[in-house]
Ligand binder design. Structure first.
Ligand code: FAD
Length: 503
């Protein structure tokens, strides 16, 4: 139903809260604050959501579908995993609340269940993550069942990449991300929030306190509190007032996905996905409204936030979808090319909390499942803005030592297994005498060399290692951070270590 609401877009000079960033995190927070009648709320962000992640998301509401060997291995990872679990419970209410504000012509929830397939093209990593997924479902006593892959509606891969196993996970569906964002905006307009179609050039400081924002056209808005929720651009914006602040570095996880209209064959009725694999979020198809399917997604840690799409990524995604999901996808008509930057932190964990500059709050670092987690995070941040206890663990405070969940040796082995997964999935070929063991040894040596050059004991994830050793700029930035970290050992709070716990 389209509601005739006029948006409040006039630029005020003052507000109780200015939220910078109009992705899922910013909009859900604005809604939560308006719901609580927490004063005047302004959201600043460009209408096209340039380079943002939320507009490109498949918006799978996946908790167990996202599980990897790391998810429950340490207390910190488990705490992170349980954010998704708790966020999941909120979605039925979110959908009921937003549906009346949607004008897309089809339900916001586009799928109510998932099928996770295990095929042989992604190497050993798939099997490991698939087994951890089942273990996690059992541990949390959630329903799932083994299903013959042939019985999954729409799933018609090529014979040589057919799935050997599959599980059905009821309750892990998906929403139309773009529809949810649009509905949130209509609801915010109705509730009286102000939305400004611009970007913030810099934050404004008075003494040590942040007192407002300056827009690109020079207009200034004074604020009681400023929340930075600009996704992969969050660190850069914070740095406009706090150049030396010791934040966990942010990296952009550039992702590409396609929206395509089916022209033949049986449509998918559920999310169908592989486990997370090869430095990325797994191959998936998500029903996206009448006749339409979302094909996702690539992930490439890059030095600069941008909206470009790599031709190689377009090729991977098209090829993998045709091979591994449904051969008929070759005849799909692409109606939307989606690209966005996941807000990735150096340690892979969110950064959510007050910064040492009074009046400044940071809300980002959600990586692969920020759309899903947004309603819970909104409640947490609204509580903290109102001086109430938060609902997530304080270990995700942005000013921290990077959270440790692995040893260097484990990191190297993870890098090896992800590299092999990417090697086989891309169809790379080596000389016949080069066995998988040789390949593994090659990747192991590369990873070890990268760690030796960085001279660090801190074991970051395989995706960060991949970006550090693939880019001089990225590698140097990480090296500088690790150097500073050694020097600041006593001033930052160590958190979450727990290496070796809970295995
Ligand atoms: C291809 C892809 C697929 C994904 N699939 C899923 C999925 O299935 N499920 C899931 O839960 N998550 C998924 N994610 C991850 C999820 O999208 C992110 O974790 C989440 O959306 C991050 O939201 P955000 O609001 O923090 O950032 P963003 O969505 O990036 O929003 C930030 C906004 O701030 C704006 N902005 C930037 N700088 C400024 C400035 N200076 N002033 C004002 N505004 C500014 C940007 O234009 C943007 O609109 C996916 C991401 C990608 C890229």
């Amino acid at each position: 139903m389209q509601r005739p609401i006029s948006a409040n877009t006039e630029k005020p000079t003052q507000a109780d809260v200015v939220i910078v960033g109009n992705g899922a995190l910013g909009l859900f927070l604005a809604e939560e604050l308006m719901e609580r009648q927490a004063g005047s709320v302004v959201v600043v962000g460009p209408n096209d959501r340039d380079a943002g992640a939320s507009k490109a998301a498949g918006a799978m509401l996946g908790t167990f579908g996202e599980v990897t060997a790391d998810s429950l291995r340490t207390p910190a990872s488990r705490t992170r995993f349980e954010i998704g679990l708790r966020a999941h419970e909120r979605w039925p209410d979110v959908i009921n609340r937003l549906e009346p504000y949607s004008s897309s012509g089809f339900p916001l929830q586009t799928a109510t269940e998932s099928h996770v397939v295990l095929n042989a093209i992604g190497a050993e990593l798939d099997t490991i993550n698939f087994e951890h997924m089942i273990k996690a479902l059992d541990e949390y006593d959630k329903p799932w069942s083994e299903i013959d892959p042939k019985d999954i509606p729409g799933f018609k891969p090529r014979t040589d990449t057919r799935a050997l196993r599959a599980i059905h996970v009821p309750g892990e569906g998906a929403v139309d991300a773009r529809g949810v964002l649009a509905a949130l905006e209509v609801r915010l307009d109705e509730m009286g929030a102000t939305r400004i179609n611009q970007t913030v050039r810099k934050l404004i400081k008075d003494g040590e306190a942040v007192t407002g924002v300056e827009l690109d056209d020079g207009h200034i808005i004074e604020a009681g509190a400023v929340v930075v929720a600009t996704g992969a651009r969050s660190e850069a914006l914070v740095r406009t007032v706090a150049e030396d602040l010791e934040l966990v570095p942010m990296i952009a996880g550039l992702g590409f996905a396609m929206l395509a209209q089916r022209t033949s064959g049986e449509p998918f009725q559920s999310v169908v996905r592989t486990p997370n694999r090869g430095f990325a979020c797994g191959l998936h198809v998500v029903p996206a409204g009448p006749g339409c399917e979302y094909l996702g997604a690539t992930n490439r840690l890059v030095d600069e936030v941008s909206s470009v799409t790599w031709v190689g990524d377009a090729r991977y995604l098209a090829q993998y979808a045709m091979q591994q999901l449904d051969e008929q996808i070759a005849q799909h008509e692409v109606v939307g090319w989606l690209s966005g930057n996941r807000p990735v932190t150096f340690d892979g964990f969110p950064m959510i909390g007050w910064l040492p500059l009074p009046g400044l709050y940071l809300m980002t670092g959600t990586y692969r499942d920020g759309f899903h987690c947004a309603p819970l995070l909104a409640q947490h941040v609204a509580n903290e803005l109102q001086g109430q206890p938060g609902v997530i663990d304080s270990m995700f405070n942005p000013v921290r030592r990077p959270i440790e969940i692995r040893t260097v040796e484990e990191s190297i082995e993870e890098y090896v297994i992800h590299s092999l997964a990417a090697w086989f999935e891309t169809g790379a070929e080596a000389a016949p005498q080069m066995t998988t063991t040789h390949l593994a040894a090659y990747y192991r040596a590369r990873a070890r060399e990268a760690f030796d050059q960085l001279g660090t004991e801190y074991a970051f994830g395989p995706d960060v290692l991949w970006s550090a050793e693939g880019s001089l700029v990225g590698g140097r930035r990480i090296a500088r951070y690790l150097n500073r970290l050694r020097g600041s050992a006593s001033t930052l709070t160590p958190v979450g270590s727990g290496i070796g716990d809970a295995r």
